[in-house]
Ligand binder design. Structure first.
Ligand SMILES: [Zn+2]
Length: 232
């Protein structure tokens, strides 16, 4: 099983690793800083280098329930056992982290059930189970306040037994944790949001920076799609 370095430190931009498996157009390594597609966040891209060779990593996804790094078409892959260096397209990933964190904030501004979402480097969207129209100006101002207030963000792991022993934790969570895997990763934005999440987040809300609410689309009678943009 690959060691997911991004889970403990989302700010790691590169790492060395050993190739453990080669698939059809992809490789697996013993540890990685690359986030795989999931939870609405795209898989990371970047570069792979070894012994004077290099190749682009064009996508990162789960294959057989572990992370696979997909190489550009036609690239020759390093053999199993090769020492490689992986380096993220950091600008893109950092925008995903800003967007992902902004989505948590938006979910705390609009306190409705979330029915879907998608993160991009320039534009993201969150779908809400809501009949009321969205007051864009008020929501945008509330979002900007949360960013400016610079709330600390942290992740921690707890066991299902710990969760059961602390029912107040479940009550304060905006999303119920998935059961049956033993350990649950909680994302906490101090005083704002507590929920299970496996994504990559910022250290504090001020790093979200210039975020703006864009178009709000009506998707059916009881669904509102809220688009957000990064203005830099
Ligand atoms: Zn998250």
């Amino acid at each position: 099983m690959t060691k997911y370095l991004f889970r403990d430190d989302a700010y790691l931009k590169s790492c060395t690793a050993t190739v453990t498996e080669c698939g059809d157009g992809w490789i697996r390594v013993d540890q990685t800083v690359f986030y795989p597609l999931g939870g609405g966040q795209p898989g990371d891209t970047g570069s792979l280098s070894w012994d004077g060779n290099d190749a682009r990593i064009v996508d990162t996804r789960y294959v057989d329930r572990d992370i696979a790094h997909f190489l550009e078409e036609g690239a020759s892959a390093p053999a199993v056992g090769t020492e490689v260096r992986l380096e993220l397209d950091w600008d893109r990933r950092y925008r995903h982290m800003r967007m992902h964190t902004a989505m948590h904030l938006l979910g705390s501004v609009l306190r409705y059930g979330v029915t879907g979402g998608n993160i991009g480097a320039d534009k993201s969207r969150l779908d809400f189970d809501m009949e009321d129209p969205v007051d864009k100006e008020a929501a945008g101002a509330a979002l900007a306040d949360l960013v400016a207030a610079d709330h600390a963000i942290s992740c921690r792991w707890i066991s299902e037994a710990e969760l059961d022993a602390n029912p107040e934790l479940v009550r304060t969570m905006s999303v119920q944790p998935p059961r049956g895997r033993g350990a649950i990763r909680l994302l906490e934005i101090e005083g704002i949001d507590l929920q299970p999440c496996g994504g990559t987040h910022l250290r504090s809300t001020s790093e979200v920076g210039a975020v703006r609410i864009g178009k709000v689309e009506k998707k059916g009678r009881q669904n509102r799609r809220v688009n957000i943009h990064l203005d830099d």
